[in-house]
Design a protein around this ligand. Structure first.
Ligand SMILES: [Zn+2]
Length: 317
């Protein structure tokens, strides 16, 4: 059976997030929105439109541990007997979001942001924007969490879906592919417009893993799948995933080349690059631009096309 899309309001630039419902042979929900009253009400109404009550939900499967995808999982666990499924890579976020998020904010404050050389008020805006995010998810009791392998198989809608680990937007991102019906639940790995590579804090003692290069490798993995219909984490389902992927690759190559041109023209500091490349974004949305910019710099560094002339503040040449 086809996954039924339930669109939930999140009030971010993206507007809405999708949950997907399978009603048979058991009631399975893929992803669980953001913790807010509007989102919860939309979920309850969306389930009811398919004849399903919250108490009917048997399994909730989370694609990746971002709050717009698992924020209501704790409340669903409280209001039903459902188990909450996620890959073992993502499970700590469901049970321990507060501590992990605090570690990420500390990483941004102490390590990531200072050498970028942005004005203090820009850093404050980024940190203030991050501060409230942990409150947008309720923790899930550990005994209600069931983990699956990031290369495992899930039964949903009476069919076997292959789990595929596709890091880049999130290190624990998984997508679900059903080869016979050629359906792909693509989460935030494949959207109509490419998602941002969200920078995560590395494990203690390790360096940050460049995640735009990882994302591009994951795009190759998704491009190689036999897919008729993509069910994305945001926006309407679509077909022709090869065309969508090719457009995103081209766009990112153009932006990377623009970044290289600017550096070659002597505009190699982060504030200069951000101003030149993301002037169209309002300041409050600059974090997304910053993630992309760091991604392009990671690509250029990996290809040996630029080098870091100074580490603090960072200057690229
Ligand atoms: Zn999302």
């Amino acid at each position: 059976m086809e996954p039924q899309r339930i669109e939930l309001p999140i009030g971010w630039a993206m507007g809405t997030v999708n949950a997907y419902l399978f009603t048979r042979p058991e009631v399975v929900l893929v992803d669980a929105g953001l913790k807010s009253e509007a989102c919860w009400n939309a979920l309850v109404d969306g389930l009811a439109a398919h004849g399903v009550a919250v108490t009917d939900v048997e399994r909730v499967v989370i694609t990746h541990a971002h709050v717009d995808h698992f924020g209501l999982a704790g409340l669903l666990a409280a209001e039903s007997d459902a188990t909450i499924w996620i890959s073992d890579l993502g499970a700590p976020w469901l049970t321990d979001m507060d501590a992990l998020w605090a570690a990420r904010v500390a990483y941004y404050r102490d390590e990531l942001l200072p050498p970028l050389g942005l004005p203090p008020e820009a850093n404050e805006m980024i940190l203030a924007g991050m501060a409230g995010l942990a409150a947008q998810a309720d923790p899930v009791p550990p005994e209600r969490v069931v983990t699956f392998r990031p290369d495992g198989v899930l039964q949903m809608g009476g069919q076997a879906w292959n789990v595929i680990h596709t890091p880049g937007h999130a290190s624990m991102q998984t997508v679900f592919h059903q080869p016979e019906t050629r359906q792909l639940l693509s989460a935030d790995m494949l959207l109509a417009v490419a998602p941002t590579p969200v920078i995560e804090h590395p494990p203690p003692g390790q360096r940050r893993r460049p995640n735009l290069p990882l994302f591009l490798r994951s795009l190759d993995v998704v491009a190689a799948l036999d897919v008729a219909t993509v069910y994305p984490g945001h926006g309407r389902p679509f077909g022709d995933h090869h065309r969508v992927i090719e457009r995103q690759r081209q766009r990112m190559a153009q932006r990377r080349d623009h970044c290289l041109e600017l550096i070659r023209a002597g505009r190699g500091t982060i504030p200069e690059l951000l101003d030149a490349m993301y002037a169209h974004q309002p300041p409050a949305g600059r974090l997304a631009g910053l993630w992309m910019l760091i991604g392009y710099l990671d690509l250029l560094l990996a290809d040996g096309l630029v080098r870091l002339e100074s580490e603090n503040p960072q200057i690229y040449r």
